[in-house]
Design a protein around this ligand. Structure first.
Ligand SMILES: Nc1nc2c(c(=O)[nH]1)N[C@H]1C(S)=C(S)[C@@H](COP(=O)(O)OP(=O)(O)OC[C@H]3O[C@@H](n4cnc5c(=O)[nH]c(N)nc54)[C@H](O)[C@@H]3O)O[C@H]1N2
Ligand SMILES: Nc1nc2c(c(=O)[nH]1)N[C@H]1C(S)=C(S)[C@@H](COP(=O)(O)OP(=O)(O)OC[C@H]3O[C@@H](n4cnc5c(=O)[nH]c(N)nc54)[C@H](O)[C@@H]3O)O[C@H]1N2
Ligand SMILES: [Mo]
Length: 721
C-alpha cells in the first residue's frame, strides 16, 4: 500500500490548493432544516500524537470552522478522527484564547497582565535577551519548546535562535526518549513495519500503549484484521484500559516488569523449538550466551515479577511463537519507568526470535522518526547547529532553573527564556522545583501561547499564538509513514501570530542573519518540500500527504538491520546510546530499578493519558472537561479497604516531594498496590495543589534521559477535608 507524491497534478479549475471540495449539506437551524454549501478544506492535525491525521475541515467563513473529520484518502487516517479534534471549533473559537500581547503587572504565576503592542512586546524580549547575553554570555538565554505543534516549521523554527545567536540548545527528552533508546539498542533506527499492515495480521499485540485514547485510528486497522482474517488482539498493560476492554486477551502486569514477560516468552519459544533459528543466525547477534541467559528466564521466574500466572505466560508465548503474521505495536507508556529503555529493548527482541519480520502483517512498530529524508538546512538553520555550545535537557527544567550545576552542564545560569508549544509548569516532572525556577525574579520569561496556562502565568511578556488552522506547515506522522501537508484554513485570529513570525521578528531585532528570517511559513514549507522531495507545496497540498515509508524489504529489515554488521542486537551497546548507561543489562532482562515501594510509600502510581485531553491541551474545551470530570485515583478494592478509602471520597496522595488531593474511584482495573490517575490536569482541578507532576521524579531515565511518569512510589490516605 505505497503511494507516490502526486506528479503532474491538474492545475486548472482548482480554486485554491487547499480546497478539497464543496459539499451540499443540510444544517439544522432552529426547527427548520435548510440546505447550505459548506466548503471542505484539507489540512493536517498538528498535535503530538502518533495518529497525525490528514483532516477535512468545514470552513464556514474565513474566520470560522464547523466540524473536523479524518480524511479517508490517507490509508492510516482512514476517515477517522478523535473526538477532541472533531470538535476543534471549541478550541479555536474559545472565548478565552489569548488575543493580544501583554506585559505582566502582578506577581509571577498570578496571571495579571496588561495589554501592549507587538512592537513593545518584541522590543522588551529582545532587550532582555541582549541584557542576559551581556551579563552571563549567550548561553544564559534558553529557547524552550515542546510538542504543542509538531509542525516542521512552527515547532523547530525556534532552534534557529540558538543556532544563529549562540544561545543554549535543548534536548527534547520528555516524551519518547526512553522508548527510542530501547528500540535503537536492538533494531538500530526508529522505523518498522507499516502499521497499516496490521490489516494483514493474524495476531496483533498492543504492548504498553492505549490506542483507544492515544492513537484511535489504529483501532480501525485492528478491527479490519479481526473482521477479514479473524485476527486476535492481545493487550499488555498495567490496567484494564479501554483498549484492553476491546481485546480478545488482556494481560495486566505489575508496572515496569515488561522485560521479564518478554524474556519468559522467549524462553518458551526457544525451549519448544518454535523459534526461527535461521532468522536468528542470519540477521541477529543471537549466540550461545544469549541462549543460555534466556534459558533461565522461565515463566515461573517471570510470574513472580510480573504478577501474571506462569501458565498464562506459557499460553501467550505459544500463541505468539506459533503465529507467523504477528504484529507488535509498541506504545510509549511502558517505557516511562526507570527501566523503560531496557524493557523496550527486551520486548523488541520478540519478532527477531520468531522471525515475524519476514511476513507482511508481521514484525513490529514503535515510531517512524527516521524515514522522512527532510532537508531542513533552510527551515532550521541546521548547518549552523555547531554554534550551539551548551544543550540543556528539557525534562530537567526544574533543576536547570534552580541552578543545579550538573543540570546546567557547568555553564552559566539561565536568565532569559522564550517558551513556545509547551505547558512546562504542568507537564514537566518535579513541578514544585519547576515552579520555583519559573518564579525566580532574576529570570525573564516570554511565553507564546493559545491560552492562559499555568506556564503563561509566569511570563513577563505573554504573546498570543495562532493555531494550526491559521498557518501553513507540514507534519511527520510518527505513528505511520506519511508526511502530511497542512495548509492554512482560517485568517489569523485577533492579533495572534505564528511561532515562525515571532522567532523571525525577534531574531532580526537581535541582529541575526539568515535567509529563513525573511520567509513566510508558506514559502518555507514550499522550499523544504522542493529541497527534500522535489515537490511544491501547491502540488503536495493537492494530494494532502506524501508517503515516506520504506519498501517492504527495508521496512522489515530483511536485507539487514541498520547496524554496521546488519544484525539485530540482543546484546546492546548502551554506552553508544546515552551517558547514563551504568548497570544496564547486557542482554534482554528484567532490570529491577523502579522506584521501590516500602512501608511509607506502599503503592505505585501510574499517570497515563486521558481520552479527551492531550497532555494539557484540550483541558480548556467544554466537552473534554465534561467528559473527563475530575482527576481521580483508581484504587484497588483491597487497598481501599486497608486504607479506609471509599468510592468517590477525597484522598490525599503523596511522596517525599509533596502531596496532591483528588477523588478515589474504587476499581480492580489494576493489580492491588497500583494506583491509576489518568490525565494531566490544570492546577485548579486539585484543591490547593499544583497537579500530579508534583510527585514525579526528574532523574533522567537510563541511558539517554526522559521522565519516569509511570514509576512513582506513593502513600495514599482518605482525606478528612
Ligand atoms: N487522548 C490523548 N491522546 C494522546 C495523548 C494524550 O494525552 N491524550 N498524548 C499524546 C502523546 S504526547 C503521546 S507520547 C502518546 C502516548 O501514547 P501511548 O503509546 O499510548 O503511551 P502512553 O499513553 O504514555 O501509555 C499508554 C499505556 O501504557 C501503560 N503503561 C504504563 N506503565 C506500563 C508498564 O510498565 N507496562 C505496560 N505494559 N504498560 C504500561 C499505561 O497504563 C497506558 O495505558 O499519545 C498521544 N496521544
Ligand atoms: N504525569 C504525566 N505527565 C506527562 C505525561 C504523562 O503521561 N503523565 N506525558 C508527557 C508527554 S508524553 C509529553 S509529550 C509532554 C507534553 O507536554 P507539552 O508538549 O507541553 O504538551 P501540552 O500540555 O499539550 O502543552 C502544549 C502547549 O502548547 C500550546 N500550543 C499548541 N500549539 C501551539 C503553537 O502553534 N504555538 C504556540 N506558541 N503554542 C502552541 C498549547 O496551547 C499548550 O498549552 O507531557 C508529559 N507529561
Ligand atoms: Mo508525548
Amino acid at each position: 500500500m505505497k503511494h507516490l507524491p502526486l506528479l503532474n497534478p491538474p492545475s486548472s479549475g482548482v480554486k485554491s490548493p487547499a480546497i478539497s471540495h464543496i459539499v451540499g449539506i443540510r444544517i439544522q437551524l432552529g426547527a427548520c432544516l435548510m440546505s447550505a454549501e459548506i466548503e471542505i478544506v484539507r489540512t493536517a492535525c498538528p498535535h503530538d500524537c502518533p495518529s497525525a491525521c490528514a483532516l477535512e475541515v468545514e470552513r464556514l467563513s474565513p474566520t470560522r470552522i464547523g466540524r473536523i473529520r479524518g480524511s479517508a484518502s490517507l490509508p492510516f487516517t482512514a476517515g477517522v478522527v478523535c473526538e477532541k479534534v472533531g470538535r476543534y471549533a471549541e478550541r479555536v473559537h474559545h472565548p478565552e484564547r489569548l488575543k493580544h500581547p501583554m506585559r505582566r503587572i502582578g506577581a509571577k504565576g498570578e496571571g495579571k497582565f496588561k495589554r501592549i503592542s507587538w512592537d513593545e512586546a518584541l522590543d522588551a524580549i529582545a532587550s532582555a535577551f541582549e541584557f542576559a547575553s551581556k551579563t552571563h554570555g549567550p548561553e544564559s538565554v534558553w529557547p524552550y519548546h515542546s510538542g504543542g505543534t509538531l509542525g516542521i516549521i512552527q515547532r523547530y523554527g525556534i532552534e534557529r535562535l540558538s543556532r544563529l545567536l549562540g544561545y543554549s540548545g535543548m534536548k527534547g527528552t520528555i516524551c519518547v526518549t526512553p522508548g527510542v533508546s530501547g528500540w535503537q539498542a536492538g533494531v538500530g533506527e526508529q522505523r518498522g513495519a507499516d502499521p497499516v499492515e496490521i490489516e494483514n495480521a493474524d495476531l496483533i499485540i498492543v504492548w504498553g500503549g492505549n490506542p483507544v485514547h492515544t492513537n484511535v485510528n489504529l483501532m480501525k486497522h485492528i478491527q479490519k484484521a479481526r473482521k477479514s482474517n479473524g485476527a486476535k488482539l492481545v493487550v499488555v498493560d498495567v490496567y484494564r484500559t479501554s483498549t484492553m476492554a476491546a481485546a480478545d486477551f488482556g494481560f495486566v502486569l505489575n508496572p515496569g516488569t515488561d522485560g521479564a514477560l518478554a524474556c519468559a516468552m522467549m524462553q518458551v519459544i526457544l525451549a519448544e523449538g518454535i523459534a526461527d533459528e535461521a532468522f536468528l543466525a542470519e540477521l541477529t547477534d543471537f549466540d550461545e550466551d544469549v541462549r543460555a541467559h534466556l534459558a533461565e528466564k522461565t515463566p515461573e521466574w517471570a510470574a513472580k515479577i510480573t504478577g501474571i500466572g506462569a501458565a498464562d505466560i506459557r499460553d501467550f508465548a505459544r500463541l505468539y511463537g506459533r503465529t507467523a503474521k504477528s504484529f507488535l505495536r509498541l506504545g510509549v507508556g511502558f517505557t516511562r519507568s526507570r527501566n523503560g529503555a531496557s524493557n523496550m529493548h527486551a520486548v523488541s527482541c520478540l519478532p527477531a526470535i520468531t522471525g515475524a519480520w519476514r511476513h507482511k502483517g508481521g514484525g513490529a512498530f514503535f515510531a517512524s522518526f527516521d524515514i522522512w529524508g527532510l532537508d531542513t538546512t533552510l527551515a532550521h538553520a541546521s548547518d549552523s547547529a555547531e554554534n550551539v555550545t551548551r544543550v540543556l535537557d528539557q525534562s530537567r527544567i526544574g533543576a536547570i532553573l534552580c541552578g543545579d550545576k550538573d543540570a546546567l552542564a557547568g555553564g552559566p545560569p539561565v536568565t532569559a527564556m522564550l517558551i513556545q508549544n509547551s505547558n512546562t509548569a504542568l507537564v514537566a516532572p518535579d513541578s514544585a522545583t519547576v515552579r520555583r525556577g519559573l518564579a525566580r525574579e532574576d529570570l525573564f520569561i516570554s511565553v507564546h501561547e493559545h491560552f492562559m496556562t499555568p506556564t503563561a502565568r509566569y511570563a513577563d511578556i505573554l504573546l498570543p499564538a495562532a493555531t494550526f488552522l491559521e498557518l501553513d506547515d507540514l507534519y511527520m506522522g510518527w505513528g505511520h509513514t506519511a508526511l502530511t501537508i497542512g495548509p492554512r484554513v482560517l485568517d489569523h485570529y485577533a492579533e495572534c501570530r505564528s511561532n515562525l513570525e515571532v522567532v523571525n521578528a525577534l531574531a532580526k531585532r537581535l541582529g541575526a542573519e539568515h535567509p529563513s528570517l525573511s520567509m513566510s511559513s508558506k514559502s518555507l514549507v514550499d522550499a523544504t518540500l522542493q529541497a527534500s522531495k522535489g515537490v511544491s507545496l501547491a502540488d503536495a497540498a493537492l494530494h494532502g500527504w506524501i508517503d515516506c515509508g520504506p519498501k517492504f524489504e527495508e521496512a522489515h529489515f530483511l536485507a539487514g538491520f541498520p547496524h554496521p554488521d546488519g544484525r539485530f542486537r540482543f546484546k546492546p551497546d548502551w554506552a553508544a546510546i546515552g551517558p547514563y548507561h551504568n548497570g544496564m543489562p547486557t542482554m534482554p532482562d528484567h532490570w529491577a530499578t523502579t522506584d521501590t515501594t516500602n512501608t511509607h510509600r506502599p503503592l505505585r502510581l501510574v499517570t497515563p493519558p486521558s481520552r479527551t485531553y492531550l497532555n494539557t491541551s484540550f483541558t480548556e474545551t467544554p466537552s473534554s472537561r465534561k467528559r473527563e470530570g475530575r482527576p481521580t485515583a483508581q484504587v484497588h478494592p483491597q487497598d481501599a479497604e486497608k486504607l479506609g478509602i471509599v468510592d468517590g471520597g477525597k484522598v490525599r496522595m503523596g511522596n517525599q516531594k509533596g502531596e496532591v488531593m483528588l477523588h478515589a474511584e474504587i476499581s480492580d482495573v489494576a493489580k492491588p498496590g497500583v494506583v491509576i490517575s489518568e490525565g494531566v490536569w490544570p492546577d485548579e482541578a486539585f484543591q490547593g495543589g499544583i497537579g500530579i507532576n508534583l510527585l514525579i521524579d526528574a532523574t533522567p531515565i537510563p541511558p539517554a534521559g526522559g521522565a519516569a511518569f509511570h514509576d512513582t512510589a506513593i502513600w495514599l490516605k482518605a482525606s478528612a477535608d
